[in-house]
Design a protein around this ligand. Structure first.
Ligand code: AHG
Ligand code: MN
Ligand code: MN
Length: 335
């Protein structure tokens, strides 16, 4: 008989004591994210039903669905975390400034801040393509008992205590790490329960997929251009397949399972990256390293970058070790 898979709730409980500062606070926080993920999943999955439900005269649902889904997801994640009083601060792609949160006793004695991209790839919603949520968790560095400060949110990615994403795809999967490997949990929609479907996820050492928006090719550096040409040339297992969904979470998830490299280089006349360092690049880089891959800006390890602003953009190259190493060789010799 095959062994029944653990639920996410059981997994969190079983792993709680192994965590260095275990007070149960981080476990509660991940449980809250699990709950917000289920609520958001429910809403994302009925996105295409807006008019149909409206026609049926359900004004309440109609009203709720008219809200943009990224705003909806933002509200649900923030509400869930604030109502449970388990974080001391939240920063989100959808909010200009960070939010300071009091714990239930009205004081500020929680230890963790959360940074989120509530709905990643949101332009894909209208065309029924998968989207995600990305989260990143740090211990605060300002004194407990006082309101959180900007410095709590501007820590380098290497300080993350946990990070992960939820992908609302053909099935819904929550993938996260607390610094001891990466684990994936697939939602059984009938039972509304996440099961441990992907234990100890690791990037294959190499792969045959490259993921980049090639429409921006003209702006790429010489080294990146050369690497893209290399991906397309015959030799070994090349040419590689080009796969680009346009949802970071989905592109990353596929490459993590199959082996591949994801690239969002600097673009435009100002030569800036597009993805946000604190709630896109950093959590993805944390997971990459935990899954034995490499994540770099092209010049330095993503997790070493000192953020200076909440919403700053950064270039990112991440994925299978050998593929990123090959890219870095081109960058080193050409740029
Ligand atoms: P968001 O929907 O949170 O704004 O993020 C969109 C991001 C990311 O998901 C995706 O990989 C990238 O933008 C796609 O950008 P291009 O359309 O420029 O390729
Ligand atoms: Mn995003
Ligand atoms: Mn977003």
């Amino acid at each position: 008989m095959t062994k029944q898979k653990k639920t996410l709730g059981e997994f969190i409980f079983d792993n709680q004591s192994a965590f260095p500062y275990s007070t149960g606070e981080l476990s509660k926080l991940i449980n809250a994210i699990r709950l917000a993920a289920k609520i958001t999943n429910h809403e994302v999955n009925k996105a295409g039903l807006v008019d149909i439900l409206g026609d049926a005269g359900n004004t309440n649902i109609q009203g709720e669905n008219q809200q943009k889904l990224d705003v909806y997801a933002n509200t649900k994640f923030i509400q869930t975390l604030v109502q449970r009083g388990i974080v001391c601060g939240i920063a989100s792609e959808e909010e200009d400034d960070f939010i300071a949160v009091n714990s239930h006793d009205g004081k500020n004695n929680n230890s963790y801040v959360v940074l989120i991209d509530p709905l990643d790839g949101s332009s894909n919603i209208d065309v029924n393509v998968s989207v995600g949520t990305i989260f990143s968790i740090y211990r605060r560095i300002s004194p407990v008992g006082k309101p959180v400060e900007m410095s709590d949110f501007l820590q380098p990615g290497k300080n993350q205590v946990a990070a992960g994403y939820i992908m609302y795809g053909t099935s819904t999967i929550l993938v996260y790490s607390t610094g001891r490997g990466v684990n994936g949990f697939t939602l059984n929609p009938a039972l509304r329960t996440f099961y441990h479907s992907h234990p100890n996820m690791q990037f294959p050492e190499t792969g045959s997929i490259y993921s980049v928006n090639e429409g921006n090719y003209i702006h790429f550096s010489k080294g990146v251009k050369k690497y893209i040409k290399y991906c397309q040339m015959e030799g070994g297992d090349r040419p590689y397949a080009s796969r680009y969904i346009g949802s970071l979470v989905s592109d990353f998830h596929r490459n993590l399972i199959k082996g591949g490299i994801y690239m969002y280089p600097r673009i435009g006349p100002e030569q800036k990256g597009k993805l946000r360092l604190t709630y896109e690049c950093n959590p993805i880089a944390f997971l990459t390293e935990q899954a034995n891959g490499i994540a770099t800006t092209g010049a330095e390890r993503i997790l070493d970058v000192q953020p200076t602003e909440l919403h700053q953009r950064e270039a990112i190259f991440c994925g299978s070790r050998k593929m990123v190493e090959q890219l870095m060789e081109f960058i080193a010799t050409e740029d």
